[in-house]
Design a protein. Structure first.
Length: 568
């Protein structure tokens, strides 16, 4: 139409030149660029300015940078609407426009020289800061975008960091991590100095927390290493202590337990010397988790209880910079520890308190984590119907986070389903769970898979999974997990007989989801399945069930400081 190749009215167009004379652009982009170039100069300039503002175009921002009176600007926008480049999207509380097609926006923006783009982006930052000076927090993402494109690195770092915090607060953890990493790139453009170093450490600490929820320990470890280097250059003990604390947790989650204890002790010394409550509480929580993983149950309980005692009532909903609420994490860890040694009433009380704290704060990551802990305690207890309900709720909550699937949660849910007889849903969850995921020392996925296979009558696969679980636990030095694995090896050995008596014995002990005594509280709480089923063990087998039971008992009690307790 613009080249007069078609004339007439809508619905009654006719071709004027011969078909052979029509020039067809090689791409849609070239065709759009040609249309834009045929616009009158003022209309083209206005469209280019609009392309820098973005796909959505507030009238007030356009007016601030277009250097036109309001009425002239409205007429120009009306012409661009008539040409079908833009359309009006809103009148209240202020008039707003948008590009009709994303491709039109992209082609128009690409037609501007880089220097002109930077100049306009800088003007837009100033316009938004002036127009919305009393509510800049509502516009941080847009300000971050324009400041970055304008090479205004100080403002870009500030607005990107604030955007990351907003994303983390709404559990958009992938977005938060991306914003924080872009913040670090902006900081790299700033002049060197103490303030820049401090920003670089602090942003990495915030990034570490988002990566914790994303379970991205690889990236997290790199950023923690760099944060520690910079904090030590600063000589800032608060920041050094914080990075050491988070590095202790990272080491524990990557099964470097000796390193976790060493880093945790260094962090504790700093926290105690400074009287820093957040540092003390966080370090105690992470040392409690490390001792739990190692099977040092008494130490784990002591550190968790100390963390609970330290937090005053008015700060019970604080994270202290951690990914989870500190008070709920301490109670959940204590609950898991008590559950492991068979003190179920106390364990469920503590885990229930942890969940209530998380729910009161409406903190999704903490809620999902505490539901997982509570579900595992019910699995320890053998209360499978409740475990299933709690873990399903935990999985649903986890799915509201911008985070990959939580393997240990899925494995625990899969086991609860298998104990309830739902193998069609339970086994796929168990088989899909990674066998060496972060926090897999709470209820190891490989151990859960071995039990799932055994309950499903797949004894040989159960034996292989149990042996793999035992090898992993032995290699990592997680004695509590080793005890569970030894128990599963004993059951799988019993179940591999021709008559599968061990399998049937387990099924008899778990006849329905309402049975609360399906699983032993610990490998020492009930006799092994082979023994209870009366399976005769051949002397030619390399490992006898009785010896496995003895090893199991030794691992469970070693280092815990507790003797065997009957169930609460």
């Amino acid at each position: 139409m613009e080249t007069k190749a078609l004339v007439g009215e809508r619905g009654r167009y006719r071709l004027t030149p011969p078909v052979q004379a029509i020039q067809v652009p090689p791409t849609v982009q070239v065709m759009l660029a040609a249309r834009i170039d045929r616009l009158p100069p003022e209309a083209k300039r206005l469209l280019q300015i609009a392309s820098v503002v973005g796909k959505d175009l507030p009238f007030a921002v356009l007016q601030a940078i277009a250097d036109r009176p309001g009425e002239a600007l409205r007429r120009g926008l009306d012409r661009l609407q008539a040409a079908e480049f833009l359309y009006e999207t809103g009148l209240y509380p202020e008039r707003e426009y948008s590009f009709k097609h994303a491709l039109t926006h992209e082609v128009t923006y690409a037609g501007l020289l880089q220097e002109r783009r930077r100049e306009l982006h800088a003007q837009i930052v100033g316009a938004i800061e002036t127009l919305h000076r009393d509510r800049l927090s509502e516009h941080t993402e847009r300000l971050a975008h324009h400041a970055w494109a304008a090479d205004l690195w100080d403002k870009a770092a500030r607005y990107l960091r604030e955007s990351g915090r907003k994303a983390f607060a709404r559990s958009a953890n992938t977005d938060a991590a991306n914003y924080f990493e872009q913040t670090l790139k902006a900081i790299d453009h700033l002049p060197e100095g103490r303030g820049t170093l401090e920003q670089a450490v602090d942003v990495r600490i915030e990034l570490r927390t988002a990566l914790q929820v994303l379970r991205d320990l690889g990236r997290q470890g790199l950023h923690l290493t760099e944060a520690l280097r910079r904090a030590e250059v600063l000589g800032d003990q608060v920041r050094v202590g914080q990075v050491l604390m988070y590095s202790a947790l990272h080491a524990a989650l990557t099964t470097k337990f000796d390193e976790a204890l060493r880093l945790g002790r260094r962090s504790w010394v700093i926290g105690e010397a400074l009287g820093d409550l957040g540092l003390q509480v966080g370090t105690m929580n992470y040392l409690a988790l490390t001792h739990f993983a190692l099977g040092n149950h008494q130490e784990a309980a002591r550190y968790a209880q100390n963390a609970i005692t330290l937090i005053p009532a008015e700060l019970i909903g604080e994270r202290f910079g951690q990914a989870r609420l500190a008070a709920s994490l301490a109670r959940a860890t204590l609950g898991l520890t008590l559950g492991r040694v068979g003190r179920f009433n106390d364990a469920l009380t503590r885990a229930g308190e942890a969940l209530k704290i998380a729910e009161a704060a409406r903190h999704a990551y903490s809620i999902a984590s505490e539901l997982y802990s509570l579900g595992v305690i019910y699995l320890f207890k053998g209360d499978n119907a409740v475990a299933l309900r709690v873990l399903e709720q935990g999985r649903e909550t986890w799915q509201t986070l911008q985070s990959p699937p939580f393997g240990p949660m899925n494995a625990a849910l899969g086991l609860a389903l298998c104990r309830s007889g739902d193998f069609s849903r339970g086994l796929p969850l168990l088989e899909a769970a990674p066998l060496h995921a972060p926090a897999d020392f709470i209820y190891p996925s490989s151990t859960a898979l071995a039990e799932g296979y055994l309950l499903a009558g797949r004894a040989q696969e159960s034996a292989l999974s149990a042996q793999r679980a035992l090898e992993l636990a032995t290699t990592m030095g997680t004695r509590g997990c080793e005890a569970l694995a030894l128990h599963r090896v004993a059951e799988a050995t019993a179940g591999s007989g021709q008559n599968h008596a061990g399998v049937h014995a387990i099924r008899r002990r778990c006849p329905s989801p309402r049975t609360s005594e399906c699983a032993p509280s610990s490998p020492t709480a009930t006799s092994a399945s082979a023994s209870s089923a009366g399976v005769e063990v051949s002397a030619s087998r390399p490992t006898s069930i009785l010896s496995l039971r003895r090893r199991c008992t030794a691992r469970w009690t070693c280092g815990s400081g507790w003797s065997r307790r009957r169930r609460s």
